[in-house]
Design a protein around this ligand. Structure first.
Ligand SMILES: *Cc1c(COP(=O)(O)O)cnc(C)c1O
Length: 433
């Protein structure tokens, strides 16, 4: 498949005609378990001496088709899907993190990731150090002997912040640690972090990849090029695995070690498996990814320009705007497109933000992004509610901030809805004074 172009792989990677029936579209293997050829076959599968289907908590043919397609589109060696983006993130760290281990993460992440990393991961004894990843010296200073990875979003949700992927990859490589990139907002249609030096790419496929707001899902794509044996930090993959008779995944399976561990240990023991139906819907979404991303980005650029000129709007944080400090990085990494999720600030503050989301009629007020439909949200009162004021401001989610995910509707209809809602938001802010 690698000789084919991106659009061809969006449609064909991982999806051969089904050999028994000739069914052309990938079937939904709504199936928990698979008959072994014989007892030796079963033993080899359980010993990880051969790969095949045993039980759908570990692997399923529909999910495997999606994994192969995602690996192809991101330019990775292997991929693993999980029940949600958050499940994929947890499972991404699981193969190499031990109690007391640390990782460095950008302080400008999706709010749910900040909470997951700082609160829930702490229960496993995994500690996070948040830094401004725009400051490479701060990143270097935060990496200590127990640090296993550096984590950033290619395009951060929601602030329109773009990571300098190549520079961050260099810092991680020099320190001998993994560089993990959440590529949910950019998608491989705009950016392939592995090409810039990322070792692992994580996704919430819930968003643009499935694209229609139907299916929760997540994925981790492994570049297959990280040297797990370069230092003594990654015993989870290089050392003997007690649950597999002392097998060393890296020694035995090489560049597929991480992906094999993720299925054989992570999914087996944490159980956060993607459902076959969700894999099927996500495969359908991927078939049109680049077409949708083009329209999403074009509509978003039009909406951003409209908002920037609107008297009720204080500022717009869109990476494609000439005033954005992130435009040069976006041009470099996303090839002249800027995503369709961004934030803007209302002159009327918190009251105006609440009134705006309530006054929209075409735009849906809900907590998701990357749907065909245009979506709007006031992060301070919803997704970023659990954070402290300082964390909210660092994450670009202060009281006056509104997040928009621009959909695929006729753009003049989106503008008209925003215009009437902004008028009402202005009135609400005046009444609140
Ligand atoms: C939504 C999202 C997640 C979490 O994914 P879920 O599928 O909701 O679990 C992680 N990172 C980013 C950037 C997201 O937008």
């Amino acid at each position: 498949m690698t000789r084919y172009g991106f659009e061809t792989r969006m449609i064909h990677a991982g999806s051969e005609p089904e050999p028994v029936t000739g069914a052309r579209q990938t079937p939904i293997f709504q199936n928990t378990s698979y008959v072994f050829h014989d007892a030796d076959d079963a033993a080899a599968l359980f010993n990880l001496q051969s790969f095949g289907f045993i039980y759908s908590r570990l692997t399923n043919p529909t999910v495997a088709a999606l994994e192969e397609r995602l690996a192809s589109l991101e330019g990775g060696r292997g991929a693993t899907c999980a029940a949600s983006g958050h499940a994929a993130q947890l499972l991404a760290f699981f193969p190499f993190m031990e109690k007391g281990d640390r990782f460095v993460a950008s302080n400008r992440l999706y709010g749910g990731s900040i909470t997951q990393f700082s609160k829930t991961f702490a229960k496993f004894g995994w500690e996070v150090d948040f830094v401004d990843t725009g400051d490479l010296d701060a990143v270097r200073a935060a990496i200590g002997p127990a640090t296993k990875a550096l984590f950033a979003e290619s395009l951060a949700n929601p602030g329109g912040v773009v990571s300098d992927l190549e520079a961050l990859a260099r810092v991680a490589k020099d320190a001998g640690i993994l560089f993990i990139v959440d590529n949910t907002m950019a998608t491989p249609a705009l950016c392939r972090p592995i090409e810039w030096g990322a070792d692992l790419v994580v996704h919430s496929t819930t968003k643009f990849i499935s694209g229609n707001g139907t299916s929760m899902g997540g994925a981790v794509i492994d570049s297959g090029t990280f040297d797990w044996a370069q230092n003594d930090r990654y015993g989870g993959l290089t050392g003997p695995e007690p649950a597999y008779h002392g097998l060393s995944f890296y020694e035995s399976i090489g560049e597929m070690a991480f992906t094999a561990h993720y299925h054989a240990v992570g999914l087996r023991d944490l159980g956060a498996t993607m459902a076959p139906m969700n894999a099927f819907l996500t495969l359908l979404g991927l078939e049109t990814l680049s077409l949708r991303m083009e329209r999403h980005c074009d509509n978003a650029a039009t909406v951003a320009a409209f908002l920037a000129a609107h008297p009720a709007v204080a500022w717009v944080s869109f990476a494609g705007s000439d005033r954005s400090p992130f435009k040069p990085l976006a041009d470099r990494y996303f090839g002249g497109r800027y995503g369709s999720v961004f934030t803007f600030g209302l002159k009327g503050g918190y009251a105006a933000g609440m009134a705006l989301v309530e006054s929209c009629t075409l735009l849906s007020h809900l907590a998701n992004i990357g749907d065909t439909r245009s979506l709007i949200l006031h992060p301070a009162s919803t997704t970023h509610r659990q954070l402290t004021d300082a964390q909210r401001i660092a994450a670009g989610a202060g009281p006056e901030v509104v997040r928009i995910s621009v959909g695929l509707e006729t753009v003049k209809d989106i503008l008209a809805d925003l215009d009437q809602a902004l008028t009402r938001a202005g009135q609400a802010a005046q009444a609140a004074e």
